[in-house]
Design a protein around this ligand. Structure first.
Ligand code: NI
Length: 227
């Protein structure tokens, strides 16, 4: 399932990211691709060890830390430092599945990629094409969001980025190891959490239904998390 998380970054933060990225040294995106995906990946990235990547990656991580919707959708255990890419006219990333294992740069540690995220940094009216297209059990979904908005989707999904035909599409992207690795379980917990939030808008917190649902959520989480 795809979950849209609006306004992860404020307009000021988006503008700051774009200003810093303007000055960055962009390299071929194949640098961080696996063997299959390197053959279908045609975009640009900033190097993971560059000053811009570190500074802006931290900015994105801080924004994620204050975002309750990301927490409930991804149930994050570890987040790989966010990276930054761009697709100019003609650039594309054809169908692939993201690598299962990713090394955390400079640490020797690895994470399992359970949840993929794309945080849009360009307003949709500034470019044509460039939709992220994700396949799931309910078909194919095209995603093109406002600058500052993010989509999260299971890393198990086959996906691609349509060729950009006008302008340039800039984004941050990263992977999360979730406390709940199974997509279906994570989805169920998300639906349940959203249901509880909706119930609590209409019912008092000591309502037996709210109490039962909240207890059920936490007790399921307790059975399913791996930390
Ligand atoms: Ni991908």
């Amino acid at each position: 399932m795809l979950i849209r998380i609006p306004q992860v970054l404020t307009p000021t933060e988006v503008a700051y990211c774009r200003e810093r990225l303007e000055a960055a040294a962009w390299v071929d995106g194949k640098a961080t691709a696996g063997e299959q995906s390197a053959k279908v990946k045609f975009n640009l990235q900033i190097p993971v060890d560059s000053a811009e990547a570190k500074e802006l990656g931290d900015l994105v991580l801080r924004a994620l830390g204050r975002n309750a919707l990301f927490a409930t959708a991804a149930l994050p255990l570890r987040v790989l430092p966010p990276m930054f890419n761009r697709y100019d006219v003609g650039m594309t990333f054809q169908a692939h599945v993201d690598n299962a294992i990713r090394a955390i740069p400079g640490t020797g540690q690895r994470i399992r990629a359970d949840v993929s995220s794309t945080l849009f940094l360009t307003p949709p009216e500034d470019y044509d094409g460039g939709e992220l297209v994700v396949q799931d059990t309910y078909g194919s979904h095209e995603v093109k969001l406002d600058a500052g908005d993010m989509v999260v989707y299971p890393s198990t999904s086959l996906h691609h980025v349509n060729p950009v035909t006008r302008g340039s599409r800039w984004a941050s992207f990263f992977w999360t190891q979730s406390m709940v690795k199974d997509d279906a379980k994570r989805q169920f917990l998300y639906d349940m959490d959203m249901g509880i939030i909706a119930l609590r808008q209409d019912l008092p917190d000591d309502h037996p239904g709210v109490l039962a649902m909240t207890s059920g959520y936490h007790n399921l989480l307790r059975r399913w998390v791996e930390i």
